[in-house]
Design a protein around this ligand. Structure first.
Ligand code: LLP
Length: 393
């Protein structure tokens, strides 16, 4: 903290690599590609480290595509998801030769076909189907139910595949689904898999052959005491069902979530009508998950021998909103000036941060063995005004 200041995100390179390899190695020789979901943490160093060990990437915007390419990865290992790909995004993705588009609607398929036609080439596509299963996770991160905006109703998929198959500008590659995030049970994944395999059979019968199945991301991590998914057992149960079909997975959180912490400093301790508040220098703009999803992040003192006042503390930030908290009612022994680590913050931490209250976004550091490297500078005040203009009169 003396070197980099506070607040700060810190990631472990070894943990990121080991987490990714756990997915990769469980497949052994079965054809597969582990496409890390860039949205979870899109720092260039994270992408570069993963690219070096052979990761593919799940991207959802041209920004993510350019990051992945800049980090040294090959477009041929990228799948492009997301419900509203623009013409410019589709064109760029085709120019650089991405592996596959995960198409989310008939209208989007028509757009991709048109762009491919204008370029005189064929676009590789999978249809993302919505298998209508309950992922049993927080409603904001559940995507596989009928009422969600994602994918095409699985019962409506056959005619869309037929159209893609008949098109001179589309190549049918695969079938995709993603039912939600932070799943802590395998059964919804396997229910979805059974449904997509039925569709694969139906398509085979009309001579449309799928070369890969993309089962999305969603494997949950331990934030507190919850039991979560055994990755190896999950993959073994996939392999039991899929014959020799190539499998793509898009894990984000499970790769980076528990490989990162958010470090923040206690500025003041304060009592208000019997409640104990620790006012910290980190805030909801830096780590949005607690207020947005009522998410729990464990809080640990950075210095294990810290002395101070024992109490049940609410950790609140400097932002002018009652919802600006990172943790509530945590039994800790605190003094002003202490550093605290919010655990499991490597996924959807920095990537969801903002400049709300004109707060510069924090620095990011990667640790590898006993080395530590700054992988994103803390924003300066000047950075906050960049690209803004006053009216001249
Ligand atoms: N593939 C697709 C198509 C996705 O939409 C997502 C996540 C993933 C893969 C990666 O899912 P994961 O393995 O990370 O669960 N901001 C929320 C999570 C949003 C997830 C959005 N989609 C959070 O902080 O919990």
């Amino acid at each position: 903290m003396e070197t980099y200041g506070s607040p700060l995100y810190v990631y472990s390179r070894t943990d990121i690599e080991n987490n990714w390899r756990e997915f990769d190695q469980a497949f052994d020789t079965h054809p597969h590609l582990i496409c890390y979901a860039v949205k979870a943490n899109s720092n260039l160093a994270v992408l570069n480290v993963l690219s070096k060990i052979g990761s593919g990437f799940d991207i959802v915007s041209i920004g993510e595509l350019e990051r992945v390419l800049f980090a040294g990865a090959s477009a041929s290992r990228c799948v492009f998801s997301g419900v509203a790909k623009t013409k410019a995004e589709i064109k760029r993705a085709l120019e650089v030769g991405i592996f596959c588009f995960n198409v989310e609607s008939m209208a989007e398929m028509n757009r991709i076909e048109q762009v491919a036609k204008d370029m005189g080439i064929q676009a590789p596509i999978s249809l993302r189907v919505n298998p209508n299963v309950d992922a049993k996770t927080h409603p904001y991160i559940s995507t596989g139910l009928k009422e969600n905006k994602f994918g095409v109703d699985i019962d409506a998929a056959v005619p869309i595949y037929q159209m893609a198959h008949d098109s001179a500008y589309l190549t049918v590659k695969g079938l995709a689904c993603h039912i939600g995030s932070q799943l802590i049970e395998v059964s919804p994944f396997l229910d979805a898999l059974d449904k997509v395999l039925e569709l694969v059979d139906k398509l085979n019968k009309i001579n449309i052959h799928i070369a890969h199945l993309d089962l999305g991301g969603g494997v949950g991590i331990k934030y507190d005491n919850e039991q979560t998914i055994d990755i190896n057992a999950y993959i073994v149960s996939i392999l039991d069902k899929v014959g020799d079909l190539k499998i793509i997975l898009e894990p984000g959180r499970a790769v980076v979530g528990n490989a990162g912490v958010f470090v923040t400093k206690v500025e003041f301790l304060k009592q208000n009508s019997g409640k104990s508040f620790a006012i910290i220098d980190g805030a909801m703009n830096d780590l949005l998950r607690p207020v947005f999803y009522q998410a729990y992040h464990q809080v640990l003192p950075v210095n294990e021998n810290a002395k101070g006042t024992d109490a049940h503390w609410d950790l609140v930030g400097p932002i002018c909103e009652t919802s600006d908290f990172l943790a509530k009612n945590r039994k800790l022994c605190l003094s002003e000036g202490d550093y605290l680590a919010l655990m499991s913050a490597g996924a959807y931490g920095f990537s969801m941060s903002s400049n709300y209250n004109s707060r510069p976004r924090v620095a990011e550091v990667m640790v590898s063995g006993n080395q530590h490297t700054l992988v994103r500078e803390r924003e300066s005040i000047q950075d906050l005004f960049n690209k803004e203009y006053m009216i001249n009169d």
